[in-house]
Write a protein that binds this ligand. Structure first.
Ligand code: NAP
Length: 348
């Protein structure tokens, strides 16, 4: 049945969101957007920041009015009144930084991807259980109003039997960007690709089969990946991610009864259109593409979980993050992509 109207997004009630005292590790590009979003759009408090270079840390703290600055994570983690840590370091630092925060007894929100691979993610899951602390991947799109509307449409079966998901995420990067750096687990998979794989799993569940092909970039990392997943009930996901060019970043999800087209970039705030298969009914979601202000939703959901006494998110559970990484591990295995941390140590 084609819906008469789009579902209303379900966000936590303001009064059910405790105001946490946050520390940030990795005051880089996304941390700046995160701090801005928290300051502008939430009641969350930023009380500490830690980075490698004292001058940069101080400038970050001044910009966002943060009281405590550190260049060693252990010093930040020893702050007694710190409730939660946001980790915004490069991919291959998420696991060691996350483990350190959990072992210090802090709740931890880790930038996507949660870790380099499923083995690291499983170790984080075990550490979170042992510490009885919340550990959540900052897959920020999952907590936005648009994604909640999508989840409700899917749960209601508004599209009928699902057959085809086609999505892309290509961005042009200059050669000096960390994404081309093999020392920082570069390549599109953990960065742009994680949005595609997470979206496909949100819609179709764990892939039953995976086919992946890649193209190398100069410098040794993967530069482009195309994936075909088959899921239960005959859904196919056709996904492409590249560091070589800008692509529309659109996603199309076609069901027997209706087709959903998310404007690029599909995971970010923006418009989508749901059209019945006969073409006689159309519903449209419209919102400003105010991408980074919506980072506040992930922090508010995280704080809400803590307020509810939860140690795993009902929206982005660690099991879901693990499944995303298991899928990316298999795609990488087929393409022969191995991160430095996964290589056996050299012997003399
Ligand atoms: N949610 C989103 O929309 C979004 C968008 C972009 C990125 N991300 C994720 O956020 C993470 C950080 O990305 P970013 O673009 O913010 O990166 P970035 O600007 O390079 O910032 C990385 C931060 O980590 C620190 N760092 C610690 N150890 C490092 C090392 N060995 N090499 C380089 N930097 C190191 C950097 O230190 P210094 O301060 O000393 O330079 C910097 O503060 C990535 O995992 C990425 O996937 C998420």
């Amino acid at each position: 049945m084609f819906p008469s109207a789009l579902p209303v997004p379900r966000l936590p009630e303001r009064k059910a969101i405790p105001s946490l005292r946050w520390g940030i590790i990795g005051p880089g590009w996304i941390a700046d957007h995160f701090a801005n979003a928290l300051k502008q759009h939430s009641d969350q408090q930023l009380i500490a920041v830690c980075g490698r270079r004292a001058e940069k840390v101080r400038a970050f703290a001044e910009r966002w009015d943060i009281a405590h600055t550190f260049t060693q994570a252990e010093d930040l983690l020893s702050l007694r009144d710190l409730d939660a840590v946001y980790i915004a370091t490069p991919h291959n630092h998420h696991f060691p930084d996350g483990m350190q925060a959990l072992r210090a007894g802090k709740h931890v929100l880790i930038e996507k991807p949660l870790a380099l691979n499923a083995a690291e993610a499983a170790a984080l899951q075990a550490a979170a259980r042992a510490a009885d602390r919340l550990c959540m991947e900052a897959m920020w799109c999952d907590f936005t109003p648009k994604y909640d509307v999508l989840r409700q449409l899917l749960a209601d079966g508004a599209l009928g039997d699902l057959h085809t998901l086609i999505a892309d995420h290509g961005e042009f990067f200059t050669a000096e960007h960390r994404i081309f750096n093999p020392e920082l687990a570069g390549g599109p998979m953990l960065d742009l690709g994680s949005y595609l794989v997470a979206f496909s799993i949100m819609i179709g569940g764990a892939p039953e089969t995976i086919i992946a092909r890649g193209e190398p970039a100069p410098g040794g990392v993967n530069g482009q990946t195309s994936m075909l997943f088959t899921h239960a009930q005959g859904l196919h996901s056709v996904l492409n991610t590249t560091l070589f060019s800008n692509t529309p970043g659109r996603a199309t999800l076609a069901g027997r009864d209706a087709t959903l087209v998310l404007d690029g970039q599909f995971y970010a705030p923006g418009n989508f259109t749901l059209t019945s298969s006969q073409g006689n009914h159309v519903l449209r979601w419209e919102e400003p593409a105010n991408r980074y202000s919506q980072l506040a939703h992930e922090a508010e959901h995280f704080a809400w979980c803590i307020g509810q006494g939860m140690t795993d998110s009902p929206i982005r559970s660690l099991a879901t993050s693990l499944l995303t990484l298991t899928t990316m591990d298999e795609a990488r295995r087929q393409m022969g992509i191995v991160f430095n941390e996964e290589r056996p140590p050299r012997t003399a």
